[in-house]
Design a protein around this ligand. Sequence first.
Ligand SMILES: Cc1cc2nc3c(=O)[nH]c(=O)nc-3n(C[C@H](O)[C@H](O)[C@H](O)COP(=O)(O)OP(=O)(O)OC[C@H]3O[C@@H](n4cnc5c(N)ncnc54)[C@H](O)[C@@H]3O)c2cc1C
Ligand code: FES
Ligand code: FES
Length: 1295
Amino acid sequence: MTLLIFLRRKLSLTGTKLGCAEGGCGACTVMVSRFNPHHNQIIHHAVNACLAPLCSLHHCAVTTVEGIGSVASKLHPVQERIAKAHGSQCGFCTPGIVMSMYALLRNSPQPSMQDMEEAFQGNLCRCTGYRPILEGYKTFAKEGGCCRSRRKGNGCCLTSAHEEEHVSVSTTNVTCQQLFDPSEFMPLDPTQEIIFPPELISLGKQPPRSLRFIGERVLWIQPSSLNELLELKAVYPAAKLVVGNTEVGIEMKFKNLLYPVILAPAYIQELSSIQYTENGIEFGASVTLTMLGKKLHEEVNKLPNYRTEVFQAILEQLRWFAGQQIRNVAAIGGNIMTASPISDLNPVFMAAGCKLTLTSKEGKRALQMDDKFFSGYRKTALKPEEILLSIEIPYTKKYFSAFKQSTRKEDDIATITCGMNVVFQQGSNIVKDIKLSYGGIAPTTVLATATCNRLIGRRWGEELMEDACSSLAEEMTLSPSAPGGMVTYRRTLAISLFFKFYLTVQHKLAQMVKPTYVCLNVKPNYASAIELFHVDSPTSVQLYQAVPPGQSTDDMVGRPIMHLSALKQATGEAVYCDDIPQYENGLYLALVTSTKAHAYIKSIETDDAMAVPGVVTFVSAKDLPGSNKTGPAVCDETVFADNKVTCVGHIVGAIVADTQAHAQTAAKAVKISYEEIQPVIITIQDAITNQSFYQPVRTIEKGDLAKGFHESDNILEGEIHIGGQDHFYLETNCTLAVPQGEDGEMELFVSTQSALVAKALGVPASHIVCRVKRMGGGFGGKESRSTILSTVVAVAAHKVKRPVRCMLDRDEDMLVSGGRHPFFGRYKVGFKKNGKVMALDVTYYSNVGNSMDLSLSIMERALFHMDNCYNIPHIRGTGYMCKTNLPSNTAFRGFGGPQGMMVSESWISDVALCCGVPAEQVREINLYKQGEYTPFNQCLDQFTIDRCWKECVNISDFHQRKARVELYNKQHRWTKRGLSIVPTKFGISFTAIFLNQAGALVHLYTDGSVLLTHGGTEMGQGLHTKMIQVASKTLGIPTSKIHISETSTNTVPNTSPTAASASSDLNGMAVYNACQTLLQRLDPYKARNPKGSWEDWVSIYVYLGYDFETNSGHPFNYFSYGVAVSEVEIDCLTGSHKNLHTSIVMDVGKSLNPALDIGQVEGAFMQGVGLFTLEELRYSPQGYLYTRGPGMYKIPAFGDIPTELKVSLLRDAPNEKAIFSSKAVGEPPLFLAASVFYAIKDAITAARAESGLSGPFRLDSPATPERIRNACEDKFTKLCPPPEPGTYTPWDVRV
Ligand SMILES: Cc1cc2nc3c(=O)[nH]c(=O)nc-3n(C[C@H](O)[C@H](O)[C@H](O)COP(=O)(O)OP(=O)(O)OC[C@H]3O[C@@H](n4cnc5c(N)ncnc54)[C@H](O)[C@@H]3O)c2cc1C
Ligand code: FES
Ligand code: FES
């Protein structure tokens, strides 16, 4: 049992959250403290409770978020600051981040910014964009001062440019103004912290005793001495040694491996010792990576540089090795013995020729870590009864480097990782010995022996480098079908990283005092190629318009008030679905899903599953009391696959059992036999080939295309593929279904108001109550797809007549729930020589998956946004929805809009490159003007894009920045910078007309308090907070008198989804109207004693709908506008990039709450950064999703935020079409992250120019390191041509 399960299930301490169960999100972070008797010291560490075996915590103290403070008693400053700095939106990540910060402060009460950045490497947040979290916590950091006059015009952050404008500026050290007030914060007093229990110190001083824990499936033994361990290993040669459990835990949870005997060497001194030897330092195999790093740091600071090159290389690898929580527990021996081909340390150990000491009952033996140590995939030269005792890391290995390249810099597994070492003959630059060791190229860590042999005896120079690269290209081959894919990139990287090593050594040789040989230094424009990856600490500015001077202090509209649940979220008291206490007779459910993409189900065998202890029943299509047909818009899917499955992850059935563990074990034991059906359609290209489309095919057309092309000076054609995106809400889908015992009534605790469940249960919708307290993020993913789980759970609860719950594991959630639609755009564009676009014919294909879900509306929105902000006189857009054998894709923030606009920015970029005109100029001359009409004939009134554009150019110093970028690019060959400005226009309202309605129920209590309910759900976006602000202003009472408890279908029925950015508009108006109604009714009685009274009310907005046949009507109520400028730097040799700067100007009308709106802008922007530069869903050609958790699927982390971020809410832009002149903000800013993508493209253009390449080139989204590197064509990429398509089966396909 893990610590997390114990805390949540046995102790009901639900503040610690489950986000992934694989150590990749940090939601489960707790602090573990233990006494080290050998150093007489108490050690505090942040730890992932999801991987920590309960048995491993003997004599440890565990501190959870509940233990450090609460709203009811006293908050801890760490909890208070994240909440008040607006660093908590949905709040699901918040307890984990609080505990990472808390553990850091326990070890270092005044940490540096770097300490803080390291502490958060293992924590993810999907909502906030990280900036406010860092800003709140910077107030703990030791560096003082404000912006140091970095503000434009050398002004200080504290002096505002506009009298009425509020500026919040932070530097690396302190937040000066005004989205929150740091002077309100409680001081941190380390003397007030909870003390380590003294009894654990006395126990720790006693001699260790061996321990045995006997579980249902596993025997856990903690021996008390090395001898006992070796005896046990002889008795149980197959037993696993477990130290950090960061590998074994994953294997048991996700790879279905079972290790019946586990030996935990936690007490064994010999395995944890660190000793100096003649040649270096010997580390016991159980030394943790944190301890390893600490020791090596000490040595590097103490010893001369040349003695510690290996140590420095290891430290460089550790910088990017997992997150802090993992490094705190994972052991050096665990990394070696896992023998992973992408281990970060093994290539270094191998290149350094480290010595390993192995031991068994028979005695010790020493082994050199060379290419014979790893005997095969995850196999080593150890005998079964042997264990690894220690590793000796040598001092002097002159000219030693290590490199790791991964998709995300922080906490990511390596694509390629290597250790490189060269030794020269005395007093020369002639190679005496060289070792190049690589991970990520073969099933084991390998040495490039042939290349190394070829280099021995040669001079270190250009010629050697060229030969080495050609030789590596021959030696480091990979099958085109190699697991992990990215074959061309990996091969190119192996060479490019050697080139970096070559330059590094060249530079060091040239620095030597009086060398006896001539060695030219590295050319100045090559110098940046040898710099280690480094990102400066972020700084930020937020600008917003303050409320007018006379506004009543009770009127909260327009003020940056804190999210009303933020404090509860920071203390772990906020209740999410799976935090609801267990019912005594409650059961757990686990899904049984298809492993085939397209097949008939021949049989389902459940005998083995039913034999698992605690199993109650198997539920399938046969158990449905109502209809098996379901779907949010069209009923084209099934609750349970009946006789056929149409995607991997199709729900076939479910197991119900007494515990989650039993249910999951049994679900894995269900055997389904299939008969596969052809064709299996996975990609958009497959669908085009097979003409597999859903109907209708939508078209919007305006003007005369033939005329437009005729009037053009140039015509070009192009394509872009935009990958999909997983929602990766931190809280996965969860449902608790409680049968009410009569009339088929059922109460559901879920994440959506949708009552689709009723149809499956065969009861009227009025019999089902859906209750949504809050969600740990949604972003569209819980709008319709959450019903696939809630329906199954409800059917199970109906069958067993007991409460049933299921919270999906991350891998299941990613597998079954679909995501953002991948899109493919193909276009033909006609334009004048100056870049003015005259005609556009664009076709969109979206990968819909195995059911329609909301895909038609999504395609329609893509078409409505095909113009982005550009006036194209003659235009046609056509949208095809591809029917494929993937799980159904669904709504995701932006709802097709970002994909629609991304294609338009692609042709803008092509036009600019073709005309040789700067892209910003092409954008500007094509921008709409006030009063012009869109392709769907809607007039653009209250048009603010021109103002946003000008302000963004201004606050980003666009023109000076551009000059600096150009200069930089002239001076640097292997790193390039790029700059881009991108506008957005986003239509607001549901395009399905009937959804544009909302309801609100306002209860007035006789004590003056108000209970407000409306139809929207809270998922971190601050909707409840805003609605309370609206009610407060309308009723004229303070916000503190108003409370929102939850959303439920028995208070406000027939709700529209909380989506389309329209929830504040629709629900805000409903709240306003309800309050007005009450005011009117109560006014006459106000003077007297008002009796409690309530009235529900439904506000039906009447919009003009849009007719595709006639291209008439208004699909949108109004538009939100924004512009962003981004600057990036790419490493042309590795494909990594840094986000250097982003300025955003966003028109949010008259902001209801600037703090929440800025939070939405930044959060959406960072989600867009993920979409366009990082997040890649990878499928096998058979439709199997590989990327099922944070280990392989990378959302932006703390380190990905722009180094400099400015956000400005456009001033004086009231919107008469929404509540209190505000505008929707949830979705529109997401697309602005395209500015990062196009800045990357700009930088690649500069890199290509170095190779003589110019003109348009295709860059698909996301711009991952792989795509960036492959696009920066040079002499190294030429050595690794891509395999011929069609001649092999790739490991993964682009869907
Ligand atoms: C979120 C996450 C991120 C990660 N990131 C990285 C990364 O960036 N780079 C990287 O290289 N790895 C990474 N890993 C992999 C893993 O953390 C490391 O390999 C780690 O060093 C394993 O150590 P452990 O103590 O947790 O191993 P455990 O899981 O306890 O054991 C791992 C294996 O080693 C064996 N073993 C342990 N000690 C001995 C011994 N003395 N003698 C014989 N066998 C022994 C065990 O039996 C087991 O087979 C990551 C893992 C996770 C979960
Ligand atoms: S739940 Fe433990 S790290 Fe994600
Ligand atoms: S607030 Fe961080 S995940 Fe929602």
